[in-house]
Each structure stands twice: as C-alpha cells, then as structure tokens.
Design a protein around this ligand. Sequence first.
Ligand SMILES: Cc1cc2nc3c(=O)[nH]c(=O)nc-3n(C[C@H](O)[C@H](O)[C@H](O)COP(=O)(O)OP(=O)(O)OC[C@H]3O[C@@H](n4cnc5c(N)ncnc54)[C@H](O)[C@@H]3O)c2cc1C
Length: 475
Amino acid sequence: MKKTVIIGGGITGLTTAFYLQELSHGEAEITLVESTPRWGGKITSAHERGFIIEGGPDSFMIQKGAVLELCHMLGLDDQLLSPNSTKRATYVWNRGELHPMPEGMILMAPTMILPFLRSRLISWPGKLRMGMEMLIPPNGKDDESLASFVRRRLGVEALEKIAAPLMAGIYAADPETLSLQSTFPLFPDMENKYGSLLRGMIMLKRVQKRRHEKRAPTTMTLRGGLQQLVDAIRTRLNSQNILLNCRALAVTVTGDRYEIALNDGSRIHADEVVFATPAYVTAGLVQEIDPLLASELREIRYVSTATVSLGFRLSDVERPLDGFGFVVPHIEKRRITACSWSSTKFNHRAPRDHVLIRVFLGGARAESVAEKDEAVLVQLARQELHATMGIIAKPVLAKSYRWHKANPQYEVGHQSRVARIDQIIASHPGLHLAGAAYHGSGIPDCIYSGVKAAKAITNNAPWNRNEIYDTLPAC
Ligand SMILES: Cc1cc2nc3c(=O)[nH]c(=O)nc-3n(C[C@H](O)[C@H](O)[C@H](O)COP(=O)(O)OP(=O)(O)OC[C@H]3O[C@@H](n4cnc5c(N)ncnc54)[C@H](O)[C@@H]3O)c2cc1C
C-alpha cells in the first residue's frame, strides 16, 4: 500500500487529505501532521459574547468554484452567506476624511464618467491624467510592478489613492515590488488587447450589460465563520493518523521512499510527501534532498500582518457603517492599512445593537507595527479608529491576532521562479508542493492546489479510478 504524508494542517493540507481520502474511497494510507495544537492554519474564527471574530481570512472568492464545490461535498451549502448587497461602498481615507470610492469603479478603473468626475477623492489634474490613459500605448513588458503599471497608465494620484491601498491591501504588499502578471493578469491582458485599461473595462461592462448579467456577489463566507470549513473537513477525516503538535523537522530519501523526521524523535516513511507549509518552512524540510530547490523556495519573501477586532455598542459609533469599510493610502502615514466594517459586510457578526469593526496593520510597508504585542495593537487600533471614525468609547470586546511572516509576496519575477520550482519538484517523483506561495494565495487557490496534489497522487496509485476526476472542482 502506498503511503502519503501531508505536512501542514492549514486549509491546503486538510483539503489534500480530504480529497485523497475521497478519491481513494478511503483506501489511501494518509498521515497528516500539524505542528500547532489546532487545525486550520490562518483560518481561525472565535465566538465571543455573541460576536463572530475572524482572526485571518473572513471570506473567499467564489468565481473559481473550488470552495463552493468543497462546501457542497461537506454538506455546508445552507451555511454559505453572501455579503450585504445594499451597503457595498468602500471608502478611502484621504486628507482627514473618508471619501466613497466613486460609483462605477471596477478594481482601479473608472467606468462611469459622472460619478468619477463628481468625486472629491481625486484632484482635477489627477482626473485628467487618468482620462489620458486611453492615449498611452502598451509597453509590451512580460512583467512589471503594480506601481509601475498604474503610474505609467493612470498616473501617480490613481496609484497612491486607489490602486496601491486597494490592490496591494489584498497581498499586504508593496506595490513597487508586487508582480502584476502574478496578481492581476487581467490588467496587462486588457492593455494588450484593447490598447487601454479603461477601454477594456468599458468593453467588459458592455458585454455584461448585453448578457443582462446582474451584479452577483463575488465573495462569500460561512454563517458561523470560516472555521466551519476547517471543522467540517476535520470531522470527515479518518482520525487515526492526523496528528496535532507534531512538527516535521526534515525529509530525506531512504532507498526508493522518503523519511520524515518528527519532533518527538520518531520517523515515518512515505512514498508521497505533500508540503502544505509556507515556502520558507518547506525550504528547510527539503534542504538535504535538493539545496537548489530550497534556495529557490527561500527567495519567496513573506511579511507579517496583524488584525484587531473591536466590538462596540451601536450607540457608541456615531458614523453610520454604511459600507464594507475603508482603505488607507500609505501616503496618509497612518498606522493602519485598512478597516472592515465586519458586521455590515456580513450578517450574524455582532449581537443586537452592537457592531464589529476589524482593523488591519503591518504588511510590506509597515511590518514592524504587526510585530508589536497584542495590548499595544489594540491600543493602536483604538487610537486610529478615534482619528478616522471619531470613536472614543471603550470597546465591549477587543481581540487581536498577529500573523508572523504569514503573507507570501508575489514579487516581480514570481512566475518565472515558480516555473523553475515546478520544474525542480517534477524531478523528484513523490514530492508535491501546495499552498499559498505559488499559484495564488487566496483560499480557493490553496484548495485547488490541494486538490491537484491529491489528484497527482491518485494518478500513481493502484486505486486510481479516473471517473472520479469529473467531480473535482474546476479552477
Ligand atoms: C490576516 C489575513 C487575512 C486573509 N484574508 C483572506 C481572505 O479574506 N480571503 C482569502 O481567500 N484569503 C485570505 N488570506 C490568505 C489565506 O488565509 C491563506 O493563504 C490560506 O489560509 C493559507 O492556507 P495554507 O493551508 O496554505 O497555509 P497555512 O494556513 O499557513 O497552514 C500551514 C500549516 O502548516 C503548519 N506547519 C508549519 N510548519 C510545519 C511543520 N514543520 N510541520 C508540521 N506543520 C507545520 C502551520 O502550523 C500551519 O497550520 C488571508 C491571510 C491573512 C494572514
């Protein structure tokens, strides 16, 4: 019987184990090891005093299908929750005020003229410069930074006030190094196809209108928090060989198998090993097998972030929470990068007559802030909410999460590095890389990478039944 060891019990490792178990009808011999005392990795939801607090991710994109498919298999369909459809506004903190993002903005490009012209977020010279985008020819580069692309096409103001805080916020990244090709390939595609991003966005809108496509939600969550997904997978896994508090220390080759050394001094042998760990951890684990692979993996940089959730009495918050929250441009020199109005974004997040607000700190341009201790983070978050939203009341609940070196940075050249890594790993039969570091860092990408690893292992297995592949999520 072939044996698989999966290292890392975040959503990627759990998904790999689940699909492997499903694809093999329970015949696969699987061991899943997780170094901490809990499953889920960056996914963690707390239920306290009627609040549901997300420590890491709070939602997932649904276009890629993988999460919905997994939720369906786990019987979670009736737990899926869409965001509020009436209060979708996003605000930008600009010179002491919260300005709504103009209506009709798709990502960073305006597609409706009047709301854009009326907006006080961008100055008149800035608006003129954005309008000139249609006259700027494509530069034909393979990859460039988000900052270089936006500066070149839409100008400095659009970069600093819209694109950088909005786009880079997703990756906790520095827009000067964030690879456009690895994160928003739609933008260079539109530039090349239509000669202009604005023209591309307008065409996209027209097509959607012609097809009578309604504005459907692009993200979703689960009623009880994303931890529900983790718990549902966990209860479906055969619990014999899933080990918490069990750290993999090194992976080596012995004969035609792999040997995994664990922190309790034991060693397990496997034919297939899935690394569902951050790239820098995987680098240490494979050092002996392939130092070149290890050094490529170490080149994928990670940054630290933190979130602070504060619960208030509704009567203590004067400003109406009439949107999903706001982003803070780096040029504003504040200590937070964004703020989610969590209880407006999703229902069931706060008890009656209360609201839940979540603040983001750290990231590539302010990593040291995220490394401060938890009491300091709460204090910082309260000071920033006072300055930006006028909240002075003491919160009824405060909870912070520090994410040390948690966010992989898709820097310019990321795609070629990952292509080299994929090529090296292919030369080691039985080794598989999965997770946020390579082909997408969102939950759907992680799930899909786990499915792919499970499928690759099944391909080589005696219990391979190809027809099951039809049920795999398409990404
Ligand atoms: C603050 C924050 C907000 C986010 N928001 C969103 C969002 O809204 N939507 C979205 O789609 N994505 C979001 N993300 C990204 C997403 O959460 C992650 O990319 C995803 O959860 C990563 O899952 P993973 O299983 O690949 O890695 P992880 O969750 O990091 O899991 C890896 C696991 O490996 C374990 N491990 C490490 N070393 C070892 C070892 N030697 N032996 C055994 N186990 C080991 C770790 O303890 C961990 O549990 C967010 C991330 C952060 C930090």
